[in-house]
Design a protein around this ligand. Structure first.
Ligand SMILES: O=C(COP(=O)(O)O)NO
Length: 253
């Protein structure tokens, strides 16, 4: 069965009530995706989740960009998966490279894996991010890094969990740099990721799991990327805050 195209937006630490109102007004003008072969999910900052959810078109879904581990309790400032679920937000982005590599955050493979399992166990769907640093690519370690990150996640999941997981391959060297991976580079890695899932999870999960590309995706480069057989969509940063995001949503056509 063909995989439904998936376009995620990651607003990161951006937006104000005013700018969100304006961009959501633009997004709401786009064609309906209710009966289309594409799924659209917007990752927003926690503090603007309700605000955005109230205004955003109902055929697009909402995500947050992190969750903490463990139910409730004395974790000042943290947000649990139960709270996210209770707030009616179906998705969460986990393992983003900015949370793995920023010195203030430094989330380990194990922490990311625990969060993914915990979010799924609490009824959330997960965009699980993987991806290599430039120096890792230059040393020919891309596949090893991605498989190491995937292995940590897979070790905590049951096969049926994967129906609620989307894998986002985001080469760190392409994030926010304008240096988008070529369609061939993206296809090569996506093929490796799908092959790893087939061998280490199951062939059926490998056939069904969406593998997104993220890293300087724009309306201009999205169509050729979308044309690659193992590119099932995108996780878009900067361009998800602009009207051109509507063109990226349509790139699968
Ligand atoms: O981090 C990204 C990609 O960001 P850009 O599209 O701005 O490169 N997605 O999660």
């Amino acid at each position: 069965m063909p995989r439904k195209f998936f376009v995620g937006g990651n607003w990161k630490r951006n937006g104000t009530r005013d700018t969100i109102s304006k961009i959501v007004e633009e997004f709401n003008k786009g064609p309906s995706v209710a009966d289309a072969d594409v799924e659209v999910v917007i990752g927003v900052p926690f503090v603007y989740a309700d605000f955005t959810q109230e205004k955003l078109r109902k055929d697009w879904k909402l995500s947050v960009q992190n969750c903490w581990i463990g139910k409730g309790g004395a974790f000042t400032g943290e947000v649990s998966a139960e709270m996210i679920k209770d707030a009616g937000i179906p998705w969460v982005i986990l393992g983003h490279s900015e949370r793995r590599h920023l010195p203030e955050l430094k989330e380990s493979d194990e922490t990311v894996a625990i969060k993914v399992a915990y979010a799924l166990a609490n009824g959330l769907k997960v965009m699980a991010c993987i991806g290599e640093l430039l120096e890792e690519r230059e040393k020919g370690q891309t596949q090893a890094v991605n498989e190491r990150q995937l292995k940590a996640i897979a070790a905590k999941l049951k096969e049926e969990d994967w129906k609620n997981v989307v894998i986002a391959y985001e080469p760190v060297w392409a994030i926010g740099t304008g240096k988008v991976a070529t369609p061939e580079q993206a296809q090569e890695v996506h093929e490796q990721v799908r092959a790893w899932v087939a061998s280490n999870v199951s062939p059926s999960v490998a056939a069904e799991v969406r593998i997104l590309y993220g890293g300087s995706v724009t309306a201009k480069n999205s169509v050729e990327l979308a044309g690659k057989p193992d590119v099932d969509g995108f996780l878009v940063g900067g361009a998800s805050l602009k009207p051109e995001f509507l063109d990226i949503v349509a790139a699968y056509k």
